[in-house]
Design a binder for this molecule. Sequence first.
Ligand code: 0WD
Ligand code: CA
Length: 439
Amino acid sequence: MDQRHQSHHRPQHPNSNHHDNHQSTFKRDMDDSGRGHFQHKRFRPGQNHHPAGPSTPPSSPPTQSLSIQRQLYERDFPLYKQPVEVGHFSLDSERRFFNDARQLRYYVEPEKSCPNFDLRDGYRGRFVKRDDRVKEKLDHILRWILANRSKLQSKDTAASSSPCALGVDIVTWRGHLTKLLTTPYETREGWLLAVTRMGGTLYISEVETEAARRDRENRTERHEEMMYWGYKFEQYTCADDAQSLPDPGGVVNTNEAFCTVVQTRLAEHRLLFSGEVDCRDKDPKAPSPPANYIEMKTSLEISTPKQRSNFHRFKLLKWWAQSFLPGVPRIVAGFRDHDGVVVSVETYHISKISQLIKNETNCWKPTVCMNFCCEFLSFVKSVVTEDDPRLVHLFSWDPHRDVTYSIHRDSQYSFLPDWYVREMTSSTSRETHHHPPQT
Ligand code: 0WD
Ligand code: CA
């Protein structure tokens, strides 16, 4: 049973944020007082985890959308705790999961500032491309959670008395959070995020939009090749261990990945997420993870003031958001020409990026990104109150629109695998003497 909510009504009261289980579709007039924003002052996340009961007056309709207007998020930077690495995992050349760091590589600084790396080399004969039609959803993270639950829970019992099984509010990929951070500035690509609550934790997993699927299926040969260039740059600059050198003659296999799992807090939201890490500083005296990690990027060389401005306004926003989230402090960027030859290499320190863009007119602001993400998570918490691994609230956003959602039970969107639900529910009841969810 699918149900779409399209109303743009604003919250009148913090407890009004229940979702409706009737078949009807709401259509209400715009409420000017709310100005399309999920009202921060009227809403106390954390006190709002339960759906409003039948006593809710009919004049308090549920909140059904969230505005992305930037000016609504221009306030103080929210609390964002220093991310702590709680674990990591590796995916091998056949995309098999290992609960270890076997795929972690070591950064080797290029000998020259103009290294002339040919990023096209090997595209035809030494490239194994991951099958991107396969949707892995949160599966690798869930495997990591099952293999490391004791770590997570012991940490939590010490820190709080939360009744939720994992001791975190949100589990997701770093890449999904990056999309949220950049949403107030995104004008081209919308997103779909599926959310399920289980054991008090919200799991957020992306669903490919129709537009993204079309783009993926209709990529030009040039675009396909350019997607390879980023991985080839990593091969020129990363070695398998701290003592060895990169091997540009080897095979590039994009199944391989090393992922960090970090825990942090954004205002009241306790986050657990994983992100792919390209390599680490090879100095054994380097700080501990994630402070020793390095993100590798490639970009077209900058030749005009217009290009520089676009780089600052659009590309640095995405680069900043992606690395800021897990606390990766440095980006090494290879600037290439149109033929895929790297003509210069530059290091960007994440902590200095906001200074770098300050003189740019019409530029993005880190505080807007973080406040929007925080509000979105509060919105999700207020909407997704029912604990059910087969229930999905699908949050949907298109450029120049508000965030809305629809509800799906036992649908194609359900994403928590049976092996995970089974394991989590059985050991929850064993350890905390709660009854297993009635599903
Ligand atoms: O199935 C899906 N819808 C997705 C799966 C979407 C995004 C990611 N993933 C999975 C993959 O398992 C991948 O190993 O997430 C992992 C990476 O997660 P992330 O770190 O949260 O993703 P993101 O920050 O968007 O990307 C980090 C890197 C990329 O580096 P660049 O420098 O291009 O940003 O992960 C790679 C890519 O190298 N990457 C992917 N690898 C496999 N599948 C994918 C993908 N769909 N997207 C980016
Ligand atoms: Ca990268």
